[in-house]
Design a protein around this ligand. Structure first.
Ligand SMILES: O=C([O-])C(=O)C[C@H](O)[C@@H](O)C(=O)[O-]
Ligand SMILES: [Mg+2]
Length: 442
């Protein structure tokens, strides 16, 4: 009887804990990161007394969708994963923030913002928490529940940002990274990330400075780290003509160019012009114009992208990421992984997903080195730029309740200004006239 109860996989309780996490003043084309960014921690408790954890975007719109799903989940089993999307569609309703299929996320550079996509981001955290609880109950790692790992370590790349030394008006936490606003600053940042974590490849977040300055930074990286894979991502800030000019300048230096122009149409134009140049065209990657299954047919049939940067939050979870991987393989499109500001629960989830997809063509992105705070008892470690795929039950992470409570307290104490990420508002602290630049910016 006791053994049966211990294996009871019925959900008895779901806890949602929004937190605010310290974030450095990292620059992107829309502005600068806020001093604290919202994340949502989801805990699913089973009848067997096991708790599984998940993490997703924590902006108010996501939280509003997560609450009804959390209320509806008790009574379901953590193994009922195929039923989650339909349950979410039934109970969550549409977020007031998702204003239709054409609405674009103004804050997080996350591509189109539809009600379905926001729901998927919430479902992803619930799915991960269910898998964690199921794995802990069964004594199996999450990757085993997904069919088993095909690699023992997952490579991540160093995510380089133009940045200020401190947030405007002395807000937030201070770190000792200093400013990085030119090629020397970017190379110094890269060296420190390599020394600390052993990364073997680099991604520079672009769209911040005029393209020639970003070309110079990539060339400086190529000179400082010969032969290492490099990428540049201006988040759609360039025109087709500018994208082609940068591609000509850096064609033999980059492993791929990420979202040079905004939208599938412009990306398809860039890709077609690159093909017309002959030789091996520079691949285009995206985490902006292909972020939902609905966007795949047009982008793939037009050859607009050659690499999709999956993000299990957008796509609806770890199993949906495997479905995306199968579609990419079918169309000969490469796969890697996008990251936004996240904590260790998401890094663990990303690592389990990356461990099971048959083909993973490039080192994955991660913001994790920029996050000095976490809700885990032990941070995940990079060795040689990779996270080891562990065999501990579930995700293999342990929640630190004191840390969780402290970061939740910060969220409670906030007046609402930081509860939805707004990089343009953060930029206005330094430049009161700042508006999100119209696209194309250059
Ligand atoms: O690859 C990307 O496009 C991103 O990671 C989007 C993020 O929002 C990044 O630009 C950031 O956090 O500034
Ligand atoms: Mg990107």
């Amino acid at each position: 009887m006791a053994a049966t109860r211990a294996h009871d996989l019925t959900v008895t309780e779901v806890r949602l804990t929004p937190v605010l996490v310290a974030d450095p003043p990292l620059l992107n084309t829309q502005g600068v990161h806020q001093p604290y960014t919202p994340r949502l921690i989801v805990e699913v408790v089973t009848g067997g007394g096991v708790t599984g954890v998940g993490e997703t975007y924590g902006d108010t719109a996501y939280l509003d969708l997560a609450r009804p799903l959390a209320d509806a989940l008790p009574g379901h089993r953590v193994t009922d994963l195929n039923a989650l999307p339909a349950l979410a569609a039934r109970v969550c309703g549409d977020s007031p923030d998702a204003t239709g299929p054409a609405a674009v996320d103004a804050a997080g550079l996350r591509g189109v913002r539809t009600a379905d996509k926001l729901r998927r981001s919430v479902v992803s955290a619930v799915e991960v928490a269910c898998l964690d609880a199921w794995g802990k109950t069964a004594g199996l790692p999450v990757h085993a529940l997904l069919g088993g790992r095909v690699r023992d370590r997952v490579d991540y790349s160093a995510y380089l940002f133009y940045r200020w030394a401190a947030h405007p008006q002395g807000r937030g936490e201070r770190d000792d990274w200093g400013a990085a606003l030119d090629p020397d600053g970017i190379v110094a940042q890269a060296r420190r990330l390599v020394d600390l974590y052993g990364f073997g490849s680099f991604k520079l977040k672009g769209g911040v400075l005029p393209p020639d300055e970003e070309i110079a930074a990539v060339r400086a990286l190529a000179a400082a780290f010969p032969g290492r894979p490099l990428r540049l991502d201006p988040n759609g800030a360039w025109s087709v003509a500018t994208s082609l000019r940068v591609a000509a300048a850096l064609g033999d230096t980059l492993e791929y160019l990420e979202d040079p122009a905004s939208g599938t149409g412009a990306m398809a134009e860039v890709a077609a012009a690159l093909r017309a140049r002959g030789g091996t065209p520079l691949p285009l990657a995206t985490n902006m114009c292909v972020t939902t299954f609905e966007e795949i047919p047009e982008a793939f049939t037009r050859g607009a992208v050659q690499v999709v940067l999956s993000d299990h939050h957008y796509w609806g979870g770890l199993r949906a990421t495997c479905e995306l991987a199968a579609l990419c393989a079918t169309f000969g499109v490469g796969l890697s992984m996008h990251s936004n500001t996240h904590l260790g629960i998401s890094l663990a989830a990303m690592t389990h997903a990356a461990a099971v997809v048959p083909r993973l063509d490039h080192a994955c992105d991660t913001h994790y080195p920029w996050q000095t705070e976490d809700v885990l008892t032990e941070r995940l470690a990079f060795h040689g730029g990779a996270v080891t795929v562990g065999d501990a039950p579930g995700l293999g992470v342990t929640l630190d309740r004191d840390r969780l409570a402290a970061l939740h307290r910060r969220w409670l104490d906030d007046d609402g200004a930081l509860r939805s990420r707004d990089d343009a508002a953060a930029m206005r602290r330094a430049d009161p006239d700042w508006r999100v630049p119209a696209v194309p910016r250059w």
